[in-house]
Each structure stands twice: as C-alpha cells, then as structure tokens.
Design a protein around this ligand. Sequence first.
Ligand SMILES: O=c1[nH]c(=O)c2[nH]c(=O)[nH]c2[nH]1
Length: 298
Amino acid sequence: MPTILGQNQYGKAENRVVRITRDGTTHHIKDLNVSVALSGDMDEVHYSGSNANVLPTDTTKNTVYAFAKEHGIESAEQFGIHLARHFVTSQEPIHRARIRIEEYSWERIEAAGEGRHSFVREGRETRLAQITFDGERWEVVSGLKDLTVLNSTASEFWGYVKDRYTTLKEAYDRILATSVSGRWRFNWTDDAQEMPDWETSYEETRKHMLQAFAETYSLSLQQTMYQMGTRIIDHRGEIDEVRFSLPNSHHFLVDMEPFGLKNDNEVYFAADRPYGLIEATVLRDGCEARIPVDLTNL
Ligand SMILES: O=c1[nH]c(=O)c2[nH]c(=O)[nH]c2[nH]1
C-alpha cells in the first residue's frame, strides 16, 4: 500500500447547548459550545469504508444534549469529564476522547416581578475547557480568551536593544493593554485523586491573573505576564502549568502639536494591528510543559 493512515479523529464540533435549571421561578443558565473528537480503532473506515467501529458524529451530538438533560451542567470541566468517560468506556473501539468546551457567561437581569429568568450576555471573556481521557489518565486544561484589560499608567518600556531600524521612543509612562488568552493545566490525572472544585478554581485563577496584572508595576508585558503565571502557580496548588498568549495592544499618543495643543498623556490612537505578541509558559518547578505552544491549536 503506498500510503498509511496517520493521526485521525472525528466527532461533532460546536454543539451549542443551553441548559436551563429551574429552581421555582428562579432559573439558572449554562451556555456551552461543545466539540467532541474521538479516536481509536478507526483504520477500516478510512481504508475500506467499513463503518463497523464508527459511532456516528450525529450520536455524539445527541449524547451532548442527552447528558445536559440527564446530568445537568455543573461546570464545563465536570460536563466534559462525563462525556469523555462515556465515550471511552462505552465503546470498545474508542480509546481516546477529547472534549473542548467554550462557555459563554450570562448575568441575571434584576427586575421587578416574580420571575428571575432574564439574563444579559456578559461582555466577559470566553471560558474554555479541554478534557482528554485515554481510559486511564485524564488531562484537564482550562482557560479563557478575550479577557481585555488595561492599565492606564504604571507601565514603562525602555533600555531595549537599538539598531539602525529602531525608531521606538523609550516610554516612562505608557498604557499597557492586552486581551488575555490563557490556558492552565490541572494536576488531576486519575479518578483516585480528589477532583478540584472547577467553578471555584476558575474564578480564583481569573482573580489572581487580574490582580497580578493590576498590581505589577510593569517594565515590559513579558514581566507582567510572568507575574500573572507565577501568581496562579503560587496560589492554586491544583495547577502545574500556565500558558499565555498576550497581544500588546499598542496605544500611541496622538501628536497634537499641528493643532497647537499639548497632549499630556491624554489622547491615544488605539491601533488594532500590527500588535506585539508576547507568549510564555510558566511552570511549577519540576513539572513538564504539555500545553501546546501555539494556543490556536488548543
Ligand atoms: O512590553 C513590551 N515588550 C516588548 O518586547 C516590546 N517591543 C516593543 O516594541 N514594545 C514592547 N513592549
């Protein structure tokens, strides 16, 4: 045979599932985008077209919705663990399941009247979770994207290398802004270990990240980023690795001299591109880096 089959996986991507839980007239909402990727003994469907080992992607979709009904959605991580375990343990040919989840936040609208059933989509970040199970070991990587933050002072950038193409002026008081994309890997790997409280872990990790961003007097975005990772590793024992991808959202002071005006760090042009892209992994000492370097691959 002139070719052989390499890595392959399949499943239904982007199942949009909204679960309402009713507690009398008070309703709760969980809004997820769930992608299933399964792999295992799938050579034959590729080589000969035999579907004997193929659980249809349509079924994986139905399972997502059925599990939302039967088990509810306590957290993205918990939901992903249920699904991954189900696919690997219920179907002999399936050896590995990867569940990716995006979660959208809804805030309750406090209004007059009996019902508490109205929500506004929060302009918050998108929460992310990826759960992988091979029948023995778990890997849970959580994260977020589009967490947009800005410090309007306490940021400098100077003392850098200058060559004949360098035109950047040293900055002693600049805006530091970024849209955080981060992933963190849990050290929970098998059922015998106690599971983290996923909801608390997410909120606390997010809080440490934001506090480190706010509290670091920044000499570079690299330094701030490292502090954000360090703060998480120091405070969250359940997390061993953090990976960040931070666009440096440049804010350029507008030259107002042509208008006869003095711009005293007040008016900026917020450039959308190009942007510096600052990325790094922060690891607990002695731990292995497993989160892919390119977060668009996760
Ligand atoms: O925080 C920064 N890090 C850089 O590496 C860099 N490079 C640059 O032009 N501006 C900045 N800012």
